[in-house]
Write a protein that binds this ligand. Structure first.
Ligand code: PHE
Length: 345
């Protein structure tokens, strides 16, 4: 009788499986509880004959162990299932990939430009973004009340002060002044940095952008040095065979001044919307440092001469990556930034 019951319950225990905590608790109460089957069977066991006890005792102990072991192993499984459900995790799903960051396209282009000029011996110089009138304008030969100041729609912060108005720098030429004021020629440096102009934000203009300007001052520096330096730069950046041309221009701080065009990198000069079908695109302003600027910075303009140039990094990046809208650069849209997955080093 007792043996039959044990055989039947053994089959039931072996067949039982669950990952549900409630069902498992029912199982525990049914078999292992204080009023459970095992307790009953042990009570019945007390009444069997001594001969039967010898064989049945062993069977009974094994049965009890089986029930307990089954309960323990199902409990462990259930706990894993419960904890993964609680934390919203499905442990059977494959792992999620994660994105490694990427360099901003402007940072990539800035680095490339710095590398090219460093091969020619140019070092990097930096200066403050909040500037006084002297470093941003006056020292650079912008006479007071001169309309040339309107060329660069300035964000003024404060009027007055020891050196005049305080403003967000409109170009990194201010760093050239600081460098010349504090050192002795020769100077051979480039100045990367953010600059600000009061322009309405659109696809083609922004209230801030990034520049790299360059300065070379020494004895006997000529316009030919300027042309050769910039020609080398363009060949390195856009590839050999890129043509350059210089058009006369005006900047208060350079004389003579020029704007430099390169043959359109997109259509190679054939004509496209980027170059407005002219085959040429302007990339920078340049010229020989005006002697007044050298003198303003305490440099003997009879002994020394120099050239300077300045370009917008956004423009250079546009021509490299064909980015049609300037606003992409500052909106931090990951879909845009992810496209520039170059090495992180
Ligand atoms: N500072 C000028 C600008 O911001 C660029 C420039 C620099 C032109 C040096 C000539 C020489 O437009």
């Amino acid at each position: 009788m007792l043996q039959d019951k044990i055989t039947q319950y053994t089959a039931e225990i072996n067949a039982f499986s669950t990952s549900n905590a409630d069902e498992l608790e029912q199982f525990r109460i049914k078999f292992l509880g204080t009023k459970g089957i095992i307790k009953d069977i042990f009570d019945e066991f007390k009444a069997v004959s001594p001969e039967e006890k010898r064989t049945l005792g062993k069977v009974l102990n094994e049965f009890k162990q089986l029930a307990e072991a089954r309960y323990q192993s199902l409990k462990e499984e259930t706990e894993v299932a419960v904890s993964s459900k609680d934390s919203g995790l499905d442990l059977t799903l494959p792992g999620e990939g994660f994105d490694v960051g990427s360099r901003h396209p402007l940072a990539l282009v800035r680095r490339e430009i710095i590398e090219i000029f460093s091969k020619l011996g140019f070092v990097v110089a930096e200066g403050p973004e909040i500037e006084d009138d002297w470093h941003n304008f006056s020292a650079l030969n912008f006479p007071e009340e001169h309309p040339a100041r309107d060329m660069q729609d300035t964000f003024f912060i404060k009027k007055g002060g020891e050196k005049g108005d305080i403003a967000l720098r409109t170009h990194t030429s201010s760093v050239q002044v600081r460098m010349m004021e504090h050192g002795k020629p020769p100077f051979r440096a480039i100045m990367p940095g953010r600059v600000y102009r009061n322009e309405a934000i659109s696809a083609r203009a922004h209230c801030f952008f990034h520049q790299i300007e360059g300065l070379y001052v020494d004895e006997n520096v000529s316009f030919a040095d300027l042309k050769q330096t910039l020609f080398y730069f363009v060949q390195e950046l856009y590839g050999e065979g890129t043509k350059v041309r210089f058009r006369p221009s005006y900047f208060p701080f350079t004389e003579p001044s020029a704007e430099m065009d390169i043959s359109c990198t997109i259509c190679k000069g054939a004509g496209c919307p980027m170059c407005k079908y002219s085959g040429w695109v302007e990339i920078l302003g340049c010229g020989m440092v005006d002697p007044n600027v050298l003198e303003n910075c305490g440099i003997d303009s009879k002994k020394y001469s120099g050239f300077a140039f300045g370009m917008g990094i956004e423009r250079i990046a546009n021509l490299k990556y064909e980015i049609k809208d300037l606003r992409f650069f500052s909106e931090n849209d990951a879909r845009f930034l992810k496209q520039y997955k170059t090495s992180l080093i």
